[in-house]
Write a protein that binds this ligand. Sequence first.
Ligand code: MN
Length: 264
Amino acid sequence: MKILISNDDGYQAPGIVALYEALKDVAEVEVIAPEHNNSAKSNALTLHSPLYVHQASNGFRYVNGTPADCVHIALTGLLGYRPDLVISGINNGANMGDDTIYSGTVGAAMEGFLFGIPAIAFSQVDRNWVHLAAAAQKARELILQMEQQHLVGHSPWLLNVNIPNLPFEQIGHVKLCRLGRRHAAEPVITQVSPRGETMYWIGAAGAAKDEAEGTDFHATTHGFVSVTPLKVDLTDHDHLGYWAQTASRLNGPAPLPATTQAGA
Ligand code: MN
C-alpha cells in the first residue's frame, strides 16, 4: 500500500508526524505538506507564484503553498507514481459540520479524491494534541481495516474522520455520521495598528447548532469516532424543482431598475 500524507498545520506539526509514525511500518508512506500553517485554506491552489519543494532531515518534503497545492503537485508530477490512498492530518482541532467547507485538512484529501484516489481527512476534536498517539493508532487501525476490506486503491471515495481526545482504550467505535451544522461565526475582531489603521481579525467558528443524534458533533461528544462520507457536488438537489419554476420566470426581458428613468 502506497500512502501520500499531507495536512494543513504544516510539515512540522505533531499531528502529521504521529500519523507518519503510525503508518510507516505498514505502508510505503511519503509526506508532502505545507511549510507553514494553512488552516482554513480549503481547496485553494497557488496560481500566481512559483512553488518550491524542500526536504527536511526526517525525509518529509515541504512546499511553500497550500494543502491542495501539495497534493496537486505530488499527484501531477512530483511523486512519479499513483498512491493507493491520500490521507490528511491529523488536524489540530475538529473539522465537523460547516468546518469541512473551510478546512485545509479536508481540502488536501479532496484534492486526492478529485484525482480519483480514495482519501481520508483526519482531525482530533480538541486543539491541544492531548492523546495524539491514541488518535494516530485509531487512524492506523481504520486504514488497515479498509485495506483488508479491499477499499483502498480502487474507486475513489472521500471520508471525513474526527477522533475524540481520549486514551486509546476509551475511544469508542467508528460511527457513520452526517455533518452537523454550526451557528454563524463569532463577530470580526478589530484592533488599531501601531500606524493607526484598523485591523480586522476573523472571529472564531460558531458553536454547534445542529448536533442531533446522527451528526459528527453528537458522535464525538459521546466518545465515538465520526466518519462522514463527503461529496464534491454542491448542487441543491432538493430545491432543483423550486428553482426550475423560478428560473423560467427569470428569462424575460429585465425590467428597468426603479430608480432609473428611461432615456436617462
Ligand atoms: Mn489545521
